[in-house]
Design a protein around this ligand. Sequence first.
Ligand SMILES: CSC[C@H]1O[C@H](OP(=O)(O)O)[C@H](O)[C@@H]1O
Ligand SMILES: Nc1ncnc2[nH]cnc12
Length: 294
Amino acid sequence: MTTVKIGIIGGSGLYKMDALKDVREVSLDTPFGSPSDALILGTLEGTEVAFLARHGRGHHFLPTELPFRANIHALKQLGVEYIISASAVGSLKAEVKPLDLVIPDQFIDRTKERIATFFGEGIVAHVAFGDPICPQLANILGDAVASLNLPEVTLHRGGTYLCMEGPAFSTKAESNLYRSWGATVIGMTNLTEAKLAREAEIAYATLALVTDYDCWHPDHDHVTVEMVIKNLHHNAINAQKVIQETVRRLAANPPVSAAHSALKYAILTRLDSVPVATKEKLALFLKKYEEVEK
Ligand SMILES: CSC[C@H]1O[C@H](OP(=O)(O)O)[C@H](O)[C@@H]1O
Ligand SMILES: Nc1ncnc2[nH]cnc12
């Protein structure tokens, strides 16, 4: 199979990358079911990348229904070492305006109905997640945004992404609570994805595209899908420019990331005592450590 080091996960409003060349589709199966859609392989700035529409190209999956594990496993199967995620978010701070770009460096978890690990069924692992976003990849993403001088867009490097369950948007009381916690933006997808990427030893960073002020701002209407879609169109154009520039920089200088060895000290279970079926399911993640244990 082709090896692809850079994966792109497109969120709401980013269902394809127009600049991709030599485009091919691959439908992959995984021990965790089927990914959200076929993976789109192609070259961007001369570098082979894999693109996946997080909710499917026709936006079929609720955040809760997303096959997060299959998506990350499928990217790992291709050889992906870096994931650039693009996501629509609401702003929880006055200075972070719709159409601004945020590169979060932290998460707060308010999800409740998701499986956010590949482990279990006879194997226990606890990955470090104090820095959930790869700082090196986030820097490259930030530098790419800064170099583009996008009109009317402010870049915010760092910030906390509060990940809620959805699908309904927040109540005003919730939105204000998250503001009191210091959260910067709110969305429904990225924390789960970042955790699984870490377990899969893939460096992960997010380009968060602000579409609204959620429902807390006294001078702005409460978020609606109509509002999000209107701003997403503009955001999707910016997102593609940023991703293209990020891929160019990343391919020229791929950084070493702590994420690439996240499992080194995380697995508590002796691999020779793991049930065969579990070992087979996780073979893609464990093979490098099995050789060490032998
Ligand atoms: C369309 S508004 C809510 C929807 O948008 C965000 O999606 P994504 O993170 O995939 O860009 C948010 O998380 C919700 O899923
Ligand atoms: N206000 C909001 N809350 C949750 N997810 C969002 N995605 C875009 N805007 C959002």
